[in-house]
Design a protein around this ligand. Structure first.
Ligand code: SAH
Length: 265
């Protein structure tokens, strides 16, 4: 659902919408969105709302007069241009639903541009609820003033992903969080990858099977990376590895000052 950005006018809600955004556009609100703005945040006609759709950047809008049918928003000014879709991919073996919700939200906050669930020998979930995963991604973007929503793939068997990797991923390296790899400095390993496009693969709570690990370590695009001397839970390892990747080779290097939402409306 929506969240709010604090400004001199109090707290301005931030809302994801599917509609195209342009000056003067009228955007219909879903029933839950209209209820939230009207009843929970208690906005009145003319009050500002920040809107984004993952394509057109972030716009200022105002709440229209409540029609008998449905309240809408009138879009007036673009506050932030649409940033490029992050190029970092996250491959993971879906965990139980609650931890999966958490993992999708962290992937958005940590700057993954594409989320790719894989089936593995020890995975517990055979099918991903794509609608729920997307709702979690949208919620994380609303809460953190992120304007890009990651693409979320259907689940694929790890074997298939590895089989067509070289042909389809043009040079992307697959950073494999491998708790059995020999001790090395993960930052040095990641720094050695230079400007290659990257993907991260984290295993399930039960880890990868010996056969899977052998298959991964034999693959020429795979870069095994240890994450310290302790075994981490899969969701902890995911956030830790994404942080290392962003710091060593991603968009945390020399990041500009806090560039999130435009707080002066
Ligand atoms: N096989 C582990 C459990 C897997 S932990 C065990 O011995 O119990 C879940 C996933 O998190 C692993 O598949 C791996 O991708 C990642 N992970 C956890 N700890 C890690 C570490 N210290 N280094 C690298 N990856 C780790």
């Amino acid at each position: 659902m929506t969240t709010t950005t604090t400004t001199h006018q109090g707290r301005v809600p931030r809302l994801f919408v599917d509609a195209d955004l342009a000056e003067g556009a009228e955007v219909a609100l879903s029933q839950p969105q209209a209820h939230y703005l009207g009843r929970v945040v208690r906005l009145r006609a003319g009050d500002p709302v920040l809107v984004f759709n993952g394509r057109d950047g972030e716009w200022r809008a105002v709440l229209g007069a409540a029609h008998a049918r449905r309240t809408g928003l009138i879009v007036d000014a673009r506050l932030r241009a649409q940033p490029p879709q992050p190029d970092l991919h996250l491959l993971f073996v879906p965990l139980k639903q609650a931890r999966l919700d958490y993992l999708i939200q962290k992937a958005v906050e940590m700057g993954a541009g594409r989320v790719r669930p894989v089936l593995s020998d020890h995975g517990q979930v055979r099918k991903l609820n794509l609608r729920r995963a997307r709702a979690n991604a949208v919620e994380a973007a609303e809460q953190c003033a992120i304007l890009t929503i990651p693409a979320i793939d259907e689940m694929r068997p790890l074997d298939d992903v590895l089989a067509d990797w070289t042909a389809t991923e043009n040079g992307r390296r697959l950073v494999f969080a491998d708790e059995a790899s020999e001790r090395a400095d993960p930052l040095a390993v990641l720094a050695s990858l230079g400007a290659s496009p990257l993907a991260l693969l984290v295993g399930p709570e039960g880890g990868f099977s010996p056969a899977e690990r052998e298959q991964l370590r034999a693959h020429d695009a795979v870069v095994p990376v240890p994450l310290g001397p302790r075994i981490l839970r899969a969701d902890t390892a995911t956030v830790a590895a994404l942080a290392l990747i962003q710091a060593a080779a991603g968009d945390w290097r020399g990041q500009p000052p806090h560039a999130a939402g435009n707080d002066t409306l």
